[in-house]
Design a binder for this molecule. Structure first.
Ligand code: NI
Length: 188
């Protein structure tokens, strides 16, 4: 497997609406494997094909692990999804604010409002239909990745233009604060 280069917003592929996947051949399987490898190497929880300069409606997502009472990562508690040609078929009315980052915008985070829960219809890597019900952080990651397939970045959806920070400034700001620090999600 090969690690792929992740592009940044100066590359127009990131801003294009990606094309549907119509074949599930070896080249697509290889792209999927390389995207999983690239996401894991970058400690991301999601990666969309346009981020590796492939304008295709395809993303890989791996949920963060669960931890036991001692704070140890529970083995096999991460869940891996490969979603192809995904559609959001239902969105909760309830919205939640959360902090997101993006591997295509390294070093920054911002606050984004997302639907608390969504249902997504997609194909898996073999072309089999998936119907997924997602909530909380997993729903957030799916919304972030599906946005990538439409050329949308989280910086387009900030709760306020001021709610965008360098990771360093964000950590400092909330370390000085008495409030509990919000979870930073490396959305991809
Ligand atoms: Ni992203």
């Amino acid at each position: 497997m090969t690690q792929l280069d992740i592009i940044q917003p100066n590359n127009p592929t990131l801003r294009k609406r990606a094309r549907p996947v119509t074949r599930f051949d070896d080249s697509v399987q290889e792209l999927i494997d390389n995207m999983i490898e690239t996401m894991r190497a970058a400690s991301g929880v999601g990666l969309a094909a346009p981020q590796v300069n492939q304008s295709l409606r395809l993303a890989v997502i791996e949920t963060p692990p669960d931890f036991d009472q001692e704070g140890q990562e529970i083995e096999d508690s991460r869940e891996l999804f490969v979603i192809i040609n995904p559609e959001i078929t239902w969105k909760s009315r309830k919205m939640v604010d959360g902090i997101e980052g993006c591997l295509s915008i390294p070093g920054y985070v911002g606050e984004v409002s997302r639907h608390e829960a969504v249902r997504v219809q997609a194909l898996d890597r073999r072309g089999k239909k998936l119907n997924l019900r997602l909530k909380d952080w997993t729903a957030r990651i799916f919304q972030h990745e599906i946005d990538h397939l439409n050329g949308v970045l989280y910086i387009d959806r900030l709760t306020d233009p001021e709610n965008f920070w360098t990771e360093e400034a964000f950590q400092k700001q909330f370390a000085d604060d008495d409030e509990e620090q919000p979870i930073v999600i490396e959305a991809d």
